[in-house]
Design a protein around this ligand. Structure first.
Ligand code: GLV
Ligand code: MN
Ligand code: MN
Length: 416
């Protein structure tokens, strides 16, 4: 009987370090924003590595990359694995990339073992999981789930005013086929994503693998506060209508709502703030800030959003400012498939890998892929749980152990 070999941590390290050379901020962490030169370079590198592993490659209208390792029965729905290779600003080298590289190593192990798969195994690189360029996350998986179409792609603009649709068209993606991106239930048999843990829970518990039960989902708001721009010295404290101070009050109200939520998974973040005109001696007339609210419970998340809106009305009347709120996205938490999580657990037991069940506070492409396929996620430890930071670190041996569990799971699914 053919046997799977063990994942090679040196391969994983080489792939991750090479991807990491595609970086627009080598002096401070890793920055690889969607369709910038480093990101396109990393895409080409990954496609080259897929080809070396005998995979055929295709891309859809939104730029999702599919590396297909063929199964023996092309009529069966495939099994997917993979993640993303774009990053936030000044990130680390593991968030997203680990799942893509683990998929490559899984294909290498399967190929070298001589084990044949009934279903094709597809390594997917999802377009822009991070909301860095277009403020909306999970662009590729959102389109696959039918929640982002060509018309909406034309309304998403980057800081330079270019629309996602325009950028895709300029890069030669087949935007005329945007309607073909969407998948329906049954198109994909199962999808398993390996990712680093971004909470620290695995490291604290001394476990090598986390089996994700639920992926928390975000609501993202863009809040615009209009006050009155005026002179810092000439405007009395009574007269001023300071957009920045109103925004600060709203941020603190939000923090308070987050701290006192009765859901243990609530998080609230103001991560992006624009102050206009942003000058020492001018009372800001306008502030635009982002609000990111997460929860594993959709109703509790919506309740918190409603309370925030109520606070906004109060601050508007007390401070004489006008606030508008644009809802960027309001995603649904995703439950992982118990059938797949049990299979992952079985693989952990067979391979003697210490594991635990956990939840994901971060969102992932699997959150949207779960709309049309059963999904599961395998987490590997991250030092101190630090992520979205140059300090992000995962040991390559842990990645190799997680990849072994992933590979065993993918083989079982592909032959189910
Ligand atoms: C994805 O990176 C997230 O913000 O959870
Ligand atoms: Mn991330
Ligand atoms: Mn990620």
């Amino acid at each position: 009987m053919q046997q799977l070999g063990k994942a090679n941590s040196a391969n994983i390290e080489t792939w991750l370090e090479t991807i990491n050379t595609y970086n627009s901020t080598p002096e401070f962490g890793t920055t690889r924003v969607l369709f910038t030169e480093p990101e396109v370079g990393a895409r080409n590198y990954v496609k080259g590595e897929m080809k070396k592993l005998g995979m055929t490659i295709h891309e859809d209208a939104i730029g999702n990359i599919f590396g297909v390792y063929p199964g023996t029965d092309a009529t069966l729905p495939p099994v997917w694995t993979g993640s993303h290779i774009d990053t936030v600003l000044n990130a680390g080298m593991f968030d997203g990339m680990s799942g893509v590289v683990a998929g490559l190593e899984a294909v290498r192990l399967i190929r070298e073992s001589g084990i044949s798969l009934r279903r094709s195994l597809v390594v997917v690189v999802y377009t822009s999981e991070e909301p860095t360029r277009f403020k909306l996350g999970c662009l590729g998986s959102r389109a696959l789930a039918g929640k982002l179409d060509a018309a909406e792609a034309a309304t998403l603009h980057d800081a330079a005013g270019k629309s996602l649709y325009e950028v895709l068209e300029q890069l030669g993606f087949p935007v005329q086929d945007f309607d073909l991106v969407k998948k329906k239930p049954g198109d994909v048999f199962a999808a398993v994503e390996l990712h680093i843990d971004q909470t620290g829970v695995l490291e604290r518990a001394g476990k090598t693998v986390g089996i994700v039960k639920t992926i928390c989902a975000p609501t993202v708001l863009e809040v615009e506060v209009i006050g009155r721009q005026s002179h810092a010295g000439g405007t009395s404290m009574e007269e001023r209508r300071d957009a920045y101070m109103a925004a600060c009050e709203l941020a603190l109200v939000l923090e308070n709502l987050g701290r006192h939520s009765d859901s243990e998974y609530t998080t609230v973040t103001v991560g992006k703030v624009e102050v206009i005109p942003n000058a020492v001696n001018v009372i800001p007339g306008k502030v635009v800030f982002s609000v990111d609210i997460r929860d594993c419970d959709y109703d509790k998340k919506n309740e918190l959003v409603m309370k925030f809106r109520q606070a906004v009305s109060k601050v508007e009347s007390e401070r004489g400012v006008a606030v508008t709120i644009k809802m960027v996205n309001n995603d649904h938490p995703m439950g992982c498939s118990p059938k797949i999580t049990q299979l992952i657990e079985k693989n952990c037991c067979q391979q003697d890998v210490p594991y635990m069940y956990t939840i994901s506070g971060a969102f992932h492409d699997s959150m949207l892929v779960g709309d049309f396929a059963p999904v599961a996620m395998i987490f590997v430890p991250s030092h101190d749980g630090i992520s979205h930071s140059p300090q992000e670190w995962t040991d390559f041996d842990d990645l190799a152990a997680g990849t072994d569990v992933l590979t065993g799971t993918l083989v079982a699914l592909a032959n189910a």
